[in-house]
Design a protein around this ligand. Structure first.
Ligand SMILES: NC(=O)c1ccc[n+]([C@@H]2O[C@H](COP(=O)([O-])OP(=O)(O)OC[C@H]3O[C@@H](n4cnc5c(N)ncnc54)[C@H](O)[C@@H]3O)[C@@H](O)[C@H]2O)c1
Length: 337
């Protein structure tokens, strides 16, 4: 996001704030430099770090511990302090400077058990959502914003939803102009994929480097489905939101690839094989991990009524772009990931 905004708006100063916690995130530093982005090695958990930023007129809050398994087997402090405390500190910065605020939230705000109770149809390569569903806000097009919010949703989802609530309070109490994007899977080059987050990069990386993979959960057949959105489509949307703040102020919506831009793991495998020419060993672990859901598709009707923005890069393009990035940066990625 920072690189694209700096390149497209060379007269604006763009600052990227990151504590480089994510393995591989340091590989972004030369790109930021080339794009003319000022990099601040800072931690959103510490308000003093953010104080040093100076005046800003817009904040895109996309720092996070983004794993759905975060806090599961150990301390919960990092995920809570970064995702909720960090958002709070960024909102304080927005309040101080009357800066516009774009928050990258997540489809993980929707509760797990309710999603697992949705009616599925099993097809040859994937699960599909049935047209008739037992709850409001769900259909074959996916989950809409009126999906019930009662129930547990992982610490990741809970901290992001709690941060959404804070965003709404800061709008109301302090007039912070704010937009919330509830993103499904975002994917593309420079996502440092790992087994618990960034699954599409993880899959391409494994195929490229010939590393084994596992279909985990839901019987181990690899039929679980996610929609995906190319990072450049996200960038286009964020740019629109920053350029027309009044239109987007107070708006919360799903931002997703939807059914048209979705893949199961089995389908992802087949595209990865074509792109890389490699077949890797894929094991099966039928046990479903806590917090996992068999299908996530975002119903973006609310968003599409609000804007003419549409995702323009399909699922295959996302994987092809990830593959080109991996091939072009093979040595650095092999060492870092
Ligand atoms: N990738 C997705 O599928 C997806 C989906 C929905 C929402 N999101 C949201 O989009 C944003 C970006 O996600 P991503 O997939 O690029 O994840 P990412 O892990 O690649 O990026 C998050 C960045 O935040 C940094 N970070 C973590 N803790 C920090 C802290 N305390 N202070 C400063 N920096 C910190 C990490 O080093 C990393 O570079 C996140 O807010 C995430 O919740 C992502």
């Amino acid at each position: 996001v920072a690189c694209a905004l700096a390149t497209r708006h060379p007269r604006s100063e763009v600052i990227a704030v990151d504590n480089l916690r994510r393995r591989g995130s340091e590989l972004n530093l030369p790109r930021l430099r080339v794009a003319g982005v000022r990099f601040e090695h800072a931690d959103v958990r510490d308000p003093v770090d953010l104080d040093a930023m100076g005046p800003v007129d817009a904040i895109v809050e996309c720092s996070a511990e983004p794993s759905a398994l975060a806090g599961r087997d150990g301390s919960t402090s990092y995920v809570v302090d970064s995702n909720l405390g960090g958002a709070h500190h960024c909102l304080e910065l927005a309040r101080r400077y009357h800066a516009a605020f774009v928050f990258l939230s997540t489809s993980r705000v929707y509760p797990v058990a309710t999603q697992r109770a949705l009616q599925l149809e099993e097809r040859e390569t994937r699960f599909e959502l049935a047209a008739e569903q037992p709850v409001a806000g769900a259909s074959e097009h996916g989950i809409a914003e009126d999906f019930p919010l009662d129930g547990a949703r992982t610490l990741y989802g809970a901290t992001k939803l709690a941060a959404e609530l804070l965003v709404s309070e800061y709008r109301d109490a302090y007039g912070v102009s704010a937009t919330v994007n509830r993103c499904g899977v975002i994917a593309g080059p420079w996502q440092m994929g790992r087994v618990d987050q960034g699954v599409f990069s993880h899959w391409v990386l494994a195929h490229h480097f010939g590393r084994p993979l596992t279909y985990i959960g839901f019987g181990g057949t690899g039929k679980q489905v996610r929609d995906l959105l190319h990072v450049d489509d996200v960038v286009d949307l964020v740019e629109l939101q920053l350029l027309d703040r009044d239109h987007w102020d107070g708006f919360t919506a799903n931002v997703s690839g939807g059914r048209d831009c979705s893949l199961s793991l089995v389908e992802t495998t087949s595209i990865c094989q074509e792109l890389t020419g490699n077949e890797v060993e894929i094991g099966a672990d039928p046990t479903t991990r806590p917090g996992d859901v068999p299908v996530y598709l975002g119903d973006c009707s609310r968003l599409f009524e609000h804007t003419s923005w549409r995702p323009t890069r399909g699922a295959r393009r996302v994987l092809a772009d990830i593959h080109s990035w991996v091939a072009d940066n093979e040595e650095a990625l092999a060492a870092a990931l």
